[in-house]
Ligand binder design. Structure first.
Ligand SMILES: C[S@@+](CC[C@H](N)C(=O)[O-])C[C@H]1O[C@@H](n2cnc3c(N)ncnc32)[C@H](O)[C@@H]1O
Length: 283
């Protein structure tokens, strides 16, 4: 028996009615699987106190059902055509708790929210994740490309381990909940997707210097950490010879370890060591 999803019909009907061809540049792969839509909404565990932020609502596939359970949904959409469709739909359905913001989510300050639920445009996965983590919220349920989701939770020594994995280790508890096949979207993406749950860690505050150390190190993932840092000294705003002098005194076990094998806490140790010794040297 073939089950034809009504979400698929509804999506196709709307796209045809408004004469829309979906944009690859904007990462417009629309969810057409109702079962997965319900799963995402259930994971978010919405209640009437929740203000939900959604990045990229498209035609409202998640937005409209979420509005039933939440106090408010704030949907930020870059594509004016999608905004027009979504406005028409919420007007027809007489929904009054959806605020639509027509903007690039990377360029605006987010209003206050306590949950973020989105099938993200994969083109902006990395900057939008870093941006979100600068806000104070309780829960994120986000759809990413599978490979990106694996980088979020990668452990030291594995091929997916990256700057992103280190930052996420300190900033949030991340859980990969489900792998989603390409057939759940139109058009079908080339790769699988993944639903990820993110719970920010409120206490740990990362400073800018640590972020710069991470960036410098992961520009040379396979090199020994001392060499990597010296080659990217510009990321730390430090003079090469001064940095070399400081790193001469770093624990050799850390200095000689390959970047991709350093644990997040070892990177933090290196960062604190350089910062403290830099201060001592400053007049
Ligand atoms: C993967 S689609 C998801 C659509 C819908 N939420 C769904 O689940 O079917 C991503 C959406 O993000 C929008 N988008 C892309 N880049 C954006 C940006 N920088 N800011 C806000 N929205 C963006 C696209 O126009 C598209 O509607």
């Amino acid at each position: 028996m073939i089950i034809i999803s009504s979400l698929l019909h509804e999506t196709k009907y709307i796209l045809k009615k408004y004469n829309i061809s979906l944009s690859r540049r904007l990462g417009q792969n629309f969810l057409i699987n109702e079962y997965i839509r319900n799963k995402i909404i259930n994971y978010a565990n919405l209640n009437k106190k929740d203000t939900v932020l959604e990045i990229g609502p498209g035609i409202g596939t998640l937005t409209i059902p979420m509005a039933k359970y939440a106090k408010k949904v704030i949907a930020i959409e870059k594509d004016c055509k999608m905004v027009e469709i979504l406005k028409d739909r919420i007007h027809d359905l007489k929904i009054d708790n959806i605020e639509i913001i027509n903007a690039d989510a990377l360029k605006i300050k987010f209003p206050k929210f306590n949950k973020v639920v989105s099938n993200l445009p994969y083109t902006i996965s990395s900057p939008i994740t870093f941006k979100l983590l600068n806000y104070d919220f309780n829960l994120g349920v986000l759809m990413y490309q599978k490979e990106f989701a694996q980088r979020l939770i990668a452990k030291p020594g594995t091929s997916n381990y990256s700057r992103l994995s280190v930052m996420m280790y300190f900033k949030a508890n991340v859980e990969l909940l489900d792998i989603i096949p390409p057939k759940s979207f139109i058009p079908r993406p080339k790769v699988k997707s993944a639903i990820v749950k993110i719970i920010p860690k409120k206490k740990f505050k990362i400073n800018r210097f640590f972020e710069n150390v991470c960036r410098a190190l992961f520009q040379h993932k396979r090199k020994k950490s001392k060499k990597a840092l010296i080659e990217s000294s510009h990321e730390l705003n430090m003079n090469k010879s001064k940095l070399k002098q400081i790193l001469e005194r770093l624990d050799p076990k850390l200095a000689e370890k390959r970047v991709f094998k350093l644990t997040p806490n070892e990177i933090l140790k290196i960062s604190k060591f350089i910062e403290e010794h830099d201060k001592v040297q400053k007049p």
